[in-house]
Design a protein around this ligand. Sequence first.
Ligand code: NDP
Length: 241
Amino acid sequence: GAIDFRGQTTVVTGASSGIGAAFARELARRGSDVVLVARRVDRLETLAGELEDAYGGKVLIVGLDLSVPGAGQKLAAELAGRGVEVTGLVNNAGFGTDGAFHTEDPARLADEITVDVANLVDLSRAFIEPLRRAGTGILVNVASMAAYTPNPGMAVYGACKAFVLSFTEALWYESRGTGLRVLSLAPGLTRTEFFDELAGGAYSGSYQMPEQVVGEAMRALDRGRRPSIQSGWRNALVVSL
Ligand code: NDP
């Protein structure tokens, strides 16, 4: 049945824009307290004000750079220090470089792997035990349609997202019987800052809005029957080399 988010506390990474901000809004609307995580604290403050005014739940802000290894333990310690008991986690923060692999900046590729994969695993590990104990919340890991359709120009991105998909499906099996709802979410092209950056304003094909992606994810979580869902269009090929 539908998840009761009242009395829960859900951490959302990459909550300063796009799909993460839409997740934070929907979780707050459904009664969850939320912990908003990203680098752009000014954006988080604006969103926090909006959510507190609209829904009245608690909103906590944590400025964190997830391209720095070890973020999971740091965030867990920070929240424990503030007495926050986390019941849910949305690992949404992520980005993709877009260029032929042989021209990519190695440092940027390393950041991409740290944000999209290493810290997603680290955060999952840091919070999985309290999430399982609570047995009431969600663990959502945002993959991409690129996990299924590798694209020239996004070799590392697609591989990172395929990791997220496989990793999360395994956790779905491991979480059966605990009450924790686990979901790997693979959006197709979604109108966000990331999308605008990749498309450079030139894309005229189909896309969806973040609210639609989040709506589909929440419906799948309420049903709780599937380890992964795809949302939207399969036409992930934006980059032309
Ligand atoms: P946005 O660029 O709008 O949002 C990305 C979010 O990730 C921001 O809140 C950003 O926060 C955060 N983030 C990025 N790097 C870091 C970092 N180093 N440390 C902390 N936070 C970071 O893009 P989307 O909403 O589109 O992206 C959200 C997720 O959806 C990503 O995982 C992306 O791969 C995935 N996705 C997007 C698709 C699309 O078409 N838009 C399709 C498929 C998947 P800040 O900059 O403030 O740190």
